[in-house]
Design a protein around this ligand. Structure first.
Ligand code: C2E
Ligand code: MG
Ligand code: MG
Length: 269
């Protein structure tokens, strides 16, 4: 624990974190839509410290706001260099909301990078809304007014109070990986629950993403159930910014060619 604390301190002081990017694809046609930025910390022995672990420690150390600020600035700067139809998704920790000023940081990260607000998605878990929720709701409204999209991450785990879903108009909802894994058991009840989450999200005008998609069978089922976006090892693991750039080039060339065939006049747009 002490070693991880030291690694975190050193990374904050010397720009030592890294961001990995994992692709998100449209479910209907396999088109690249976004990347989720995922924070990485090297352990100094050629490996990586588990994000769940070091992020929890950074929260306990009271350093998550500094770390979160770094993530926002770097993710926005990277995404500003991508084609304009590709968004970036950034995870925010509940502790960042407790410290306040999240919308101020988001505004400055957007201004500094020149990234259009609608290309930034912020992922929060419902624990953000557990405590002090009036203050948090005000912050979320501010983010909404900026034009960024606030998405509920890991939906279906934890308390999953449906009340949160109507207290704030989330732009999207990510169905937790545990549901996607459970689909493989062939249990009809789980499939019904996933279908119900999708229709609930649909009624509330939210975009539904399924995370942790590892097999073609899962992808096909989730597509048939009406999910809008799919994310998981099947489509790509989290990887460095240069790998993300390569993924973009690989997927963009065929996309532009398809466009050109459809409307020859706007081929270079
Ligand atoms: P998350 O936001 O739910 O991110 C998804 C996690 O699932 C990532 O783990 C990703 O690598 C993993 N994953 C994606 N597809 C698959 C799959 O097909 N199979 C399996 N088994 N796993 C998959 P990761 O990168 O270890 O991050 C864990 C958690 O740490 C994240 O969960 C998020 O809550 C947190 N986190 C990561 N980066 C940040 C950050 O910049 N800020 C904050 N506050 N939290 C972060
Ligand atoms: Mg996430
Ligand atoms: Mg998640």
């Amino acid at each position: 624990r002490l070693a991880i604390e030291a690694l975190i301190r050193r990374a904050v002081e010397h720009d030592g974190f890294e961001l990995y990017y994992q692709p998100l694809f449209a479910a209907a046609e396999p088109e690249l839509r976004a990347f989720e930025a995922l924070l990485r910390l090297r352990d100094g022995r050629g490996g990586l410290v588990a994000p769940d672990l070091f992020i929890a420690i950074a929260e306990e150390m009271g350093m998550i706001s500094e770390v979160g600020h770094w993530v926002l600035r770097h993710a926005c700067r990277e995404a500003a260099g991508w084609p304009s139809h590709i968004s970036v998704s950034v995870n925010l920790s509940p502790a960042q909301f407790a410290d306040g000023g999240v919308s101020v940081l988001v505004r400055s990260a957007l201004a500094e990078s020149g990234l259009a607000p609608e290309r930034l998605e912020l992922e929060i878990t419902e624990t953000v809304l557990l405590h002090d929720s009036e203050h948090v709701l005000r912050e979320l409204e501010q983010l909404d007014m900026l034009g960024v999209k606030v998405v509920m991450d890991d939906f279906g785990t934890g308390y999953s109070s449906l009340a949160y879903l109507w207290r704030f108009r989330f732009a999207g909802l990510k169905i937790d990986r545990s549901f996607v894994m459970a689909l493989d058991d062939g249990n009809d009840a789980i499939a019904s629950v996933v279908r119900t989450i999708v229709s609930l999200g649909r009624v509330l005008g939210m975009r539904i993403t399924a995370e942790g998609v590892e097999t073609i069978e899962q992808a096909e089922r989730l597509r048939a159930m009406g999910c809008d976006r799919l994310q998981g090892y099947l489509f790509g693991r989290p990887a460095s910014a240069s790998v993300a750039a390569r993924t973009i080039r690989r997927h963009d060339a065929p996309r532009l060619a398809r466009r050109a065939r459809k409307s020859p006049d706007s081929a270079v747009a």
